[in-house]
Design a protein around this ligand. Structure first.
Ligand code: B16
Ligand code: MG
Length: 216
């Protein structure tokens, strides 16, 4: 079947946002300032280097040199990798495993479309790598969402036209990326964040009841 679903990772398949936040907070503390929880929302769906800029802004430290920023991003990533080392299939968000099984049994192709450079690693930890035909993550792209590159890379790998792809996303930039790529989009979360999505569901468990066939 020439139809596909492309899944964002953080906030759709697994809640890694809390680990990203904890790692950034710890980095900020090591630099002598606090990174408050309400700002954690700004990091969702945003690339590692853009996240660093947001964190440094909170500490008025955006003037650092590029090499210094690379070092900081690396140390945040080490903290993050440590936090996610215990991930298991119990961390898969509600309904996602069942939804993947169902759509694949119906013949849809499936891909990951994530900004994270650890996307493939996380799917392996969750034990569901085999439920994705293609993995497009931060290692396969150069332009962050809202640029559609990650989703177009996934569609190309799947050999499915963008118009026959449905992206499942939880971040504003991700919804914009899907629409910029000419794809349908199911938003997971709050309406005010996900404006522009074709269908908005409050949580992933509702995917199983959604009328996704009407997209095709
Ligand atoms: P990494 P997604 C995004 O994942 C996260 O939401 C965002 O907070 C993170 O900065 C980004 O991945 C990059 O992650 O540092 O692991 O490369 O929502 O696009 O799956
Ligand atoms: Mg996300």
């Amino acid at each position: 079947m020439n139809r596909a679903f492309i899944f964002d990772l953080d906030g759709v398949v697994v809640n890694t946002a809390k680990f990203h936040y904890q790692a950034w907070k710890q980095l900020a503390q090591s630099l002598g300032f606090d990174f408050p929880e309400e700002k954690g929302e700004l990091l969702k769906g945003v690339s590692r280097m853009e996240s660093l800029e947001i964190v440094l802004e909170a500490g008025e430290m955006t003037h650092l040199k590029a090499v210094e920023k690379e070092v900081l991003a690396d140390s945040k990533n080490r903290l993050y990798l440590d936090f996610i080392s215990g991930l298991s299939n119990e961390d898969i968000l509600p309904g996602i495993y069942e939804f993947l099984l169902r759509i694949r049994s119906e013949g849809y192709r499936t891909a990951l479309g994530s900004a994270s450079k650890s996307g493939g690693l996380i799917l392996r930890r969750l034990g569901i790598e085999n439920l994705f035909d293609v993995i497009a993550d931060g290692l396969s792209i150069t332009r962050a969402k809202p640029d559609p590159e990650v989703f177009l890379t996934a569609a190309e790998g799947l050999c499915v036209n963008p118009g026959n792809c449905v992206v499942v996303e939880d971040a504003r930039a991700g919804v914009a990326a899907a629409k910029n790529g000419g794809m349908h989009c199911i938003g997971i979360g709050k309406e005010e964040v996900l404006k522009g999505a074709d269908l908005i569901l409050k949580h992933t468990g509702l995917l199983l009841e959604a009328d996704y066939k009407s997209f095709f």
